[in-house]
Each structure stands twice: as C-alpha cells, then as structure tokens.
Design a protein around this ligand. Structure first.
Ligand SMILES: [Zn+2]
Length: 204
C-alpha cells in the first residue's frame, strides 16, 4: 500500500532493491477536505515511474475514495485496510500486505492492530466465498527505522519526488507544503525536502 510519502517510498525501495518478491503497488487516492489527493497523486506517479526505471518493473494500480462532501476526515488506516482487502483478493496468489508504518508513529501498536482487525473481518467474508489465499500476513518493512535511516535509504533525487503534507496549499504552478500539519512537522529537516510541487497546468 503506497502513499507517495517518505516512509512509504522507503518501503517500496526496500522491497524493490532488497527482495525478489513480485510486487503489486497500490495507491489509494484519498479525496477529503484536506485537499491532498492531487498533490499525492502527482508524487505517486513520479515515484512509480522513477522506481520502475531505476530498480525493476512492478505492477501498479490505484483506486479512489471520495469523502469530499463530508466535514469529518475519515481515518486513513481503516481506509487502507478496506482497500488492501480488495487488492489482495484481486491479486492471484497474494499472501502478504506491506505497509510503511513506523514504530515511532503515534499509537502505532493500537492502530496497526485495529487496521489488521478491519482487514481480517473483511477478508473472512471473501474466504467464506472461497476467494483469496488461506492466510495473509501483514509486513512492516520499515517499521524499526529512524527517520535518518529512512532518508539514508533513499537517493536524494527520489526524496525530492515524495510528498508528505496533508494540507497542501495550491499555487498557480502546483502545490506548496503547509509547513504546519503533523506530516510536515514530522518531516522537518529532511535533506532535500520538497517544498513545492510543480504540476503542469491542466489542458484548457
Ligand atoms: Zn503540511
């Protein structure tokens, strides 16, 4: 499950460079009142293209959840569990789901347990229809890494393509980071941190 952020990209690089696993990389386009979907999408497309060229080819897909009419911001990790289940069922022979969760994330242990619970409950419904593999394991390839280790793992050129800000500010040429959201604060001081994201203007 791939978001286009720093941790997620480090996970992707680890799996591409450090394993022979056949990967299906999936991005959930999360449309909500934060307004981050377009910035994330642009980052994801650029990272996927870069990694396919510099590491090895892999299958990529995406889906979207549009909550833009809601005032409340849905919880990401539950949305990820929900989509991961559909993607697992859609991927013949899939036995593992990888997420870029870090041990240092707030409330990580409880969140990961809840996320797997949502997934397991849904997956059971498919298993009752004899779909999917008997067992699915969740893996956390970058779980134990510190932020410095995450950035050390990534070529600077690739770091520049990642996007973390949850509430980007739209500019005439693309987006710039807000600098104050949780993701921006967690990312402060990362070398070659992107501050702006140039997006080609949409065709008139
Ligand atoms: Zn931000």
């Amino acid at each position: 499950m791939f978001s286009g952020g720093l941790d997620s990209t480090a996970m992707l690089v680890k799996l591409l460079a450090g394993s022979e696993d056949e990967l299906r990389v999936h991005h959930v386009r999360m449309v909500n009142r934060e307004g981050r979907a377009d910035a994330e999408q642009t980052a994801v497309e650029r990272i996927v293209a870069w990694c396919g060229k510099h590491y090895r080819p892999f299958r990529y897909s995406e889906s979207g959840l549009d909550f833009s009419a809601l005032e409340a911001i849905p919880i990401d990790y539950m949305a990820i569990a929900y989509v991961a289940c559909q993607v697992a069922i859609d991927t013949p022979g899939c036995t593992r789901v990888a997420v870029g969760t870090l041990a240092r994330d707030t409330d990580e242990v409880n969140r990961s347990a809840r996320q797997r619970r949502v997934f397991d409950t849904m997956y059971e419904c498919y298993r009752a229809r004899k779909l999917g593999e008997a067992k699915i394991e969740w893996i956390y390839p970058v779980h134990s890494l510190e932020k410095s280790e995450i950035t050390a793992l990534l070529p600077p050129e690739l770091i520049k393509l990642t996007w973390s800000c949850r509430t980007p500010v739209r500019t005439p040429s693309g987006f710039r980071v807000c600098g104050t959201c949780k993701a921006c604060r967690a990312r402060a001081g990362v070398p070659t941190e992107p501050q702006i994201l140039q997006v080609p203007a949409a065709p008139a």
